[in-house]
Design a protein around this ligand. Structure first.
Ligand code: M6R
Length: 607
């Protein structure tokens, strides 16, 4: 989603702004722009192309103060007039989020004589700040006055040509952090944009405003009360956000999964037993009387939740429900104060998941756990318990290593809940922990199937639809396979529990409909085989991912790949990997933009 970079420094900041935008490209965008205070006036450059085109257009622009933006269109089509920054008189502003009362503001400001030149909600912020400056000439205070009129979510950065050397930033609902250093002070939507200049980060809270100059940082609440925020030294490695020898971030992230799993599970250590404290100091008390679990998440993160539901009910005996966050937040539900709310999110900033979490808390559900890849994110900060997956930065829009590390975290939760409920013997616990520890090795072996999967991918290039089948805890893996294929190759894909085939989707099966089946050797394999025969009988072409010991044979209409190991309860973590690889290679064959698929953004920070 949109990205912000802002800088006030002693040297030319244009290269910092451009490099920062390049680091934010992964979030998804359709236009880009920057504004700096040049020789006493705002200089603005905008482009509807890639950041590289903006860079070319900005050649020769030099300044010590500026703001920059990548825009993911919400109000108004992607075009130059809608690209940020938006200018009103002496000021320029960039904005992430959605202003819900922008129509009211627009009417009011138009009546005051302000002329709107774009279709965006952001332009009303620019005019509102300019109007505030008429009564309050100090930019820091004028932005406070303007922000108090805004309804919705925002992170903004503002410059005023009459107050050179100064950038004012503010946030409410959308992420924004500061980078502080001797050479200058900066702001951005995420830390990856600022690692080029500093590791010292200050995370702004909702309702914070800050004024940056080359030598000072001043932070206050939007009502003007000064506040201090701690400086964190970012552990994010600059190399982790580089592509290295890979062609795409998605490819890199698929192959990083053994390491991501090993890092995530490091917290389990060498012990044969897992303690509730792994989720935070308060976990033992908080989990003791939990009677059920409600998982809230979106997209891929919801698929890890659906998988965990099978584990939590089968192993821990805890009733578990999974809800798509955007649905839960608006439906009338029956609150249960003993229920544990688990918010799962790679970014920790997904607007719907955050709102669903807040909704649950407002209903009187105080027991909350975040499973998240970003320790400083809003979702982590707003939950009483946390498990930080250590997947490292995930740049590709299609989530891969975040998913498998979430699954590992959820399996750890299952073991802890099973212990709390007295349903896990020491021997079973030790066996499961050994299996968790062996995962990186097992995943490495699955990754070696890549050449065979690549050869399958060519057969999908001319297909318009695909069907994914799974059963039991592998049904959510089929859902995840279908989501991966559709988002990066644009092939329409649907997933069904295989037993559901004859209740409708079988009507779609013919020679043009590839049917991909997740077929591990579990207690449902025989049932699944019957479902696959139903597909064969209708002339369907099957692509089956089986285990080494699954008794399924290759045939003219069955393409078969065997995963090297049969992995019991943890098998979903292995079986999703060939599906990630298949989508990746189909997208390559189709020539789509793998890391930045059309219309999508990495972090969905607006509703
Ligand atoms: O950051 P989150 O895990 O909260 O994001 C949720 C979804 O937006 C995300 O998983 C999305 O579905 C991915 N593009 C899927 O690959």
């Amino acid at each position: 989603m949109c990205g912000i970079v802002a800088a006030a420094a002693g040297n030319n900041i244009v290269p910092v702004l451009i490099e920062g935008l390049k680091k934010l490209e992964y979030r998804g965008y359709d236009s880009a722009g920057l504004a700096v205070i040049g020789a006493g006036a705002i200089e603005r450059v905008r482009s509807t192309g890639r950041v590289a085109e903006l860079e070319a257009a900005a050649t020769g622009t030099r300044a010590v103060t500026g703001i920059a933006h990548t825009r993911w269109a919400t109000h108004g089509v992607p075009c130059e007039k809608n690209a940020h920054p938006h200018v009103s008189g002496t000021i320029a502003v960039v904005h992430n989020g959605i202003i819900e009362n922008y129509e009211t503001l627009r009417r009011e400001l138009t009546a005051q004589g302000y002329e709107f030149t774009s279709d965006t909600d952001t332009e009303s912020i620019a005019h509102l700040i300019q109007a505030s400056l008429q009564g309050e000439p100090d930019l820091f205070k004028a932005v406070q006055i303007a922000c108090r009129r805004l309804v919705g979510a925002f992170a903004i950065a503002v410059i005023d040509q009459n107050q050179p050397g100064k950038v004012v930033v503010a946030r409410e609902g959308s992420p924004l952090l500061l980078g502080v250093s001797e050479a200058g002070n900066y702001a951005a939507s995420d830390a990856s944009a600022l690692l080029q200049v500093t590791r010292n980060m200050v995370y702004l809270e909702n309702g914070d405003i800050a004024e940056l100059t080359a030598h000072s940082v001043k932070i206050a609440r939007l009502d003007g009360t000064p506040v201090e925020r701690p400086v964190h030294v970012s552990q994010l490695s600059a190399a982790a956000v580089e592509l290295g020898n890979y062609q795409h971030y998605m490819q890199k992230e698929i192959f990083e999964q053994p390491e991501a799993l090993a890092n995530t599970l490091e917290i389990v250590g060498g012990s044969k037993s897992i303690q509730p404290g792994i989720f935070g100091a308060a976990a033992a008390d908080l989990l003791a009387d939990v009677d059920s679990i409600l998982i809230l998440a979106c997209g891929t993160s919801s698929h890890s939740g659906y998988t965990a539901r099978y584990w939590l009910e089968a192993i821990a005996g805890v009733p578990c429900n999974v809800e798509i966050a955007s649905e839960y937040r608006y439906r009338t539900s029956v609150p249960n104060p003993r229920q544990l709310i688990v918010a799962i999110s790679q970014s920790g900033e997904t607007a719907d998941t955050l709102a669903a979490l807040r909704h649950a808390k407002a209903l009187g559900q105080p027991k909350t756990l975040a499973i998240c890849n970003v320790p400083e994110s809003a979702i982590v900060r707003e939950c009483s318990l946390r498990f930080i997956t250590r997947a490292g930065p995930e740049i590709g829009v299609a989530s891969t290593k975040a998913f498998t590390t979430q699954l590992a975290a959820l399996f750890v939760l299952t073991l802890v809940m099973a212990k709390v409920k007295g349903r896990l013997s020491a021997e079973q616990e030790a066996t499961y922990i050994d299996q968790l520890r062996h995962l990186p090795v097992a995943i490495n072996k699955v990754l070696q199937l890549e050449p065979a999967i690549k050869s399958w991918a060519k057969r999908f290039a001319d297909k318009h639809h695909a069907l994914f089948l799974g059963r039991g805890r592998h049904y959510p893996i089929a859902l995840e396979g279908a989501l991966k294929l559709k988002e990066i190759s644009y092939i329409h894909a649907e997933a069904y529990p295989a037993g559901e085939l004859k209740h409708g989707p079988l009507a779609l099966v013919d020679a043009n409909m590839p049917v991909i089946s997740v077929a591990p050797n579990d207690q449902l394999l025989d049932k699944l085989k019957s479902n696959l025969r139903e597909v064969q009988a209708r002339g369907g072409e099957l692509y089956v991912f089986a285990d080494a010991d699954s008794e399924i044979r290759e045939a003219e209409d069955i393409h078969l790949l065997r995963l090297p190991e049969h992995y019991g309860e943890l098998s979903p973590i292995l079986h999703v990997i060939p599906l990630q690889l298949l989508s990746y290679h189909v997208a390559l064959v189709k020539g789509t933009d793998v890391d930045k698929p059309r219309n999508l953004a990495k972090s969905v920070t607006v509703e």
